[in-house]
Structures are given as C-alpha cells and as structure tokens.
Design a protein around this ligand. Sequence first.
Ligand SMILES: Cc1cc2nc3c(=O)[nH]c(=O)nc-3n(C[C@H](O)[C@H](O)[C@H](O)COP(=O)(O)OP(=O)(O)OC[C@H]3O[C@@H](n4cnc5c(N)ncnc54)[C@H](O)[C@@H]3O)c2cc1C
Ligand code: FES
Ligand code: FES
Length: 479
Amino acid sequence: MSSDKINFIHSGRIIEILNPDPNETLLNFVRTKLKKTGTKEGCAEGGCGACTVVLGELKNSDISYTAVNSCITFLPTIAGKQLILVEDLISKDNSLHPVQEAMVKCHGSQCGFCTPGFIMSLFSMFKNHSKFKEDIIKDSIAGNLCRCTGYKPIIKAAKSLQTKNKIDHFVKNKKKTIFLLKKIGNKSIIIYQKNKKYFAPRYISELKKILKKNTNSKLLSGGTDLSLVVTKERKDIESIIYMNSIKELNYIKNNNKYIEVGATTSLNDFEKYIVKYYPDFNKILKRYGSTQIRNVATLAGNIATASPIGDNLPLLMALDCQIVLQGIKKSKILSINDFFIGYRKTKLKTGQFIHSIRIPIFKKSIFKAYKISKRYDDDISSICAAFNLIIENKKIKEIKIAYGGMSALPQRATYCEKVLLNSLITMDVINKAKNALEKDFSPISDMRASGSYRKVVAKNLLEKCFLEINTKKLIGIYS
Ligand SMILES: Cc1cc2nc3c(=O)[nH]c(=O)nc-3n(C[C@H](O)[C@H](O)[C@H](O)COP(=O)(O)OP(=O)(O)OC[C@H]3O[C@@H](n4cnc5c(N)ncnc54)[C@H](O)[C@@H]3O)c2cc1C
Ligand code: FES
Ligand code: FES
C-alpha cells in the first residue's frame, strides 16, 4: 500500500506531513517549519557541514545513526526515520550531551556558526564508534569547515569523549524510539504536489511499474549530485523516483569471482567492504567528499552522473567492472569500459536503471590508485588514476590503466597500456609509456588545473606507481 504522507520521529513523537513539497530541503523544513534554527546553512551544496543533522534508522532491530547534510536532503526522503537535531542533544533536565560538554570544556567554539554541525558529526561518531582515535575523529569531521576556532580544540574535545559515559538519553529512550519507528514503518510513498511528483517504491517490482508510467522522472539515490539542481541551479525537479527505500538493491555479495554491489548501497558501506580486496580503493574513498556525503552517496549515482572527475570511475574501469542495467522488462550487462559515450553521457536508456555493479576479484593483481586535488579532504579531483597489473618474472603480463580528469570522460590509457604490456619494467619502458600518455589524452584547462599540469601529473603518477612497485614503498607526503 502507498501513502501520500510522510511520517518520521522527532523529539520522541511522530510527525506526519501530508503531501510535502518533493523539492523542499530538510534544512529549509527544519529552520522554517520546525523553527529550529541551530542547524545552519553555509554553502547549500554539501561542502561545509554547517547543516549536519543525524538520522536514526531501524537496522536489525537496533538504531543506526547517520550524519547527513540537510541542505541537500529532500524532506520526503526522511520518511520512516528518526530526525535528530542539535537542539535534541540536551537532556530534559537541561544537562548537556557529552559531546556538547566536551566542546565547551575544550573551547571548541568561537563565533559558533559551524559548531552545531561539528556537534552533530561528533555525535554520530560517538554513537558509531567505541574508540575515538585520531583517524576516526578526522574522518568524522572532514566534512565540517571552521573558519575561526581552528581544528585542534575540536579534535581535543573529540578525543576527550573516550572517557565519557556512553549511556546518553538516546540509549535510555531507545526502546520507545524503536517502538515508534516500527509503528510508522517504511511505506511506499507517492506524492502529487501541484506540478511535482515524488515516488519512493520499496520493491524493484514497484519501481518498474512507476518507471513505465513516468518515463521523464529523475532517479534519486543519495542526492549528492541531483539535489544540487534545486539548491544551486535553483530549478525544480518535477518528478523524482527515490531509489534508496528499495532494500533489495542495498547489498554487497561475493561469489569469489566478483563482488556485486547493489545500486542503493552507500559508499560508506562499500568502503568498509572493499578495503580487504583493494586497499587503494578504500584509500580513495576516504578522500571522497565527506562522511556525510559517503553515508548516502552511491556507486550507481557516481556512474550515472558520468562526470570525467567522478572518483570511482577510473578505478572501476581499471578493474574492468560490469554494470547490471535493469529495464522494465529485460536486464543487460555492460562493461563499464563501454558505458561512457561522451561528456556526462552514458548508454543508460529511458526506463532503465543501474541495478548493481560487479567488481572482478583479481587475486594476482597489483591495484594502485591516486587522487590529486587542491585540498586533501572533501575536494573533487583534478586528476585521478588507477593501475591494475599482473607482473610475472619482472614482465608486465596484464595491465589496465584508467584516468579521470584527463578528457571529457573517464578513459582507459590504451596507447600507454600497449607500450607496457609484455615489457620488462625498466626506466626506458616507463619513459616510453609516459610519452604514450600524450597520445591517449589532450586534457583541457579549467578551474581545477591547467592542461599542461594535468599532463605532467598523469605522467608522474605512472612513474610513481612503478617506483612504488619496484621499491615496495609508498612515495609521497601522505604515505
Ligand atoms: C560536497 C560534495 C563532495 C563530493 N565529493 C566527490 C568526490 O570526492 N568524488 C566524486 O567522484 N564525487 C563527489 N561528489 C559527487 C557525488 O557525491 C557523487 O557523484 C555520488 O557518487 C553521487 O551518488 P548519489 O547516490 O548521491 O547520486 P544522486 O545525486 O542521487 O544521482 C546522481 C545521478 O545518478 C542518477 N542515478 C542515481 N541512481 C541511479 C541508478 N540506480 N540508476 C540509474 N541512474 C541513477 C540520478 O538520476 C542522477 O542523474 C561530491 C558531491 C558533493 C555534494
Ligand atoms: S550548508 Fe554547507 S553542507 Fe549544507
Ligand atoms: S567557530 Fe566560527 S566558524 Fe567555527
């Protein structure tokens, strides 16, 4: 059964909204309708973290807590969840939450504009981890910008949480929250609001029926690309099909030959899984947007966006992945190397959606990936490179190289691959392969990097890859 209203839990009660505007952001709703102004708007594009809120969701009869950027979250997508705002952290007896106490004690705030966002990111960390080590802290707040306090006092506050009692009022009220979450359930939603439509199917079968009748709809997964049409371009999206309520598409399977990642699986879940198989994939994902972005963004969304600087794309291409496309009647499997056909253009047809991504498990391969961006955290790549090779008796027996940021689409370096294939790894061969990159790519200059810089860096990354393989050491300031 479908519903035209959304229900969610806030501050211990059920909130019901009939026919919400599908394009309204959660941030706007929180500030103007709930009148809770602790949550701030900084950038309205997921980049500063000032708008961070936490969503609670039922998972295996427990509550999982996820930090998200409310500025790029559409209100209807929080149906069936618990909304936690900075105002909700204080207890009924007015005592501060351990995270708030720590920030006060360590002087983690000056002007205070960024503070609610930091508090919510740290609250999410507090709920999701038991040890607050430096890497976990930095990962948790990499999506939050502060322009006056500086990060040291905030990191100090986060470290001090190690000694705090974890039994906060959310733990004490857990039973009641689980009861309320079960009561509202997670229904399929269909909203018609003036000239806008919103569908949130729960099953693939429902999705197919909706797609059949609404061919002009936009598929929405994490919304970390699509919602910017509303928040930055200031345009409406007239018809939205929200994918992330479809649990059938939220999975990671492994049959020893390939890993299959369902379309609605978050990058955060994927990054935890892939580290065992391809540590460099995880390394790149750690620098992909922020925790708030990766909590909701998907591989499928990144692939369908087809940006030449989409970070997953060169990695998936070098790993020779397959994309499982599902239509209303038939499904099709395409190599990712044949999927991109032009600037932000793919072979995805109307009525089709990405069902899953298959990543081969190369047991004998060396897989290396590099991301070059102006800022280490939370920045889009200028160049991204991935190398997948098998070396036997010092000879390159197999090689796949792909670059992002070097042309209008993510692309394999085929001339370069030819030079390297069946060659011994010598400086002479590496130099020839570097020169072959000139044949593969003629990069443009834009605000992220000049064409000549891109060429030099692409060559240097190739050399770095082989130096690291030969010396069995990582080279660079971050290694
Ligand atoms: C602050 C910020 C930082 C970012 N940092 C990075 C970064 O470091 N590296 C990077 O590569 N990207 C980055 N991005 C871009 C974005 O996060 C990624 O492209 C992300 O993977 C998109 O996934 P999504 O699920 O949010 O897609 P959505 O925004 O939901 O959708 C994107 C596109 O994919 C389509 N789509 C979604 N799901 C499907 C499906 N199952 N089948 C077919 N089409 C589908 C949508 O219709 C839409 O056209 C960043 C974005 C923001 C806002
Ligand atoms: S307002 Fe900057 S991330 Fe949302
Ligand atoms: S305290 Fe002013 S921006 Fe962080």
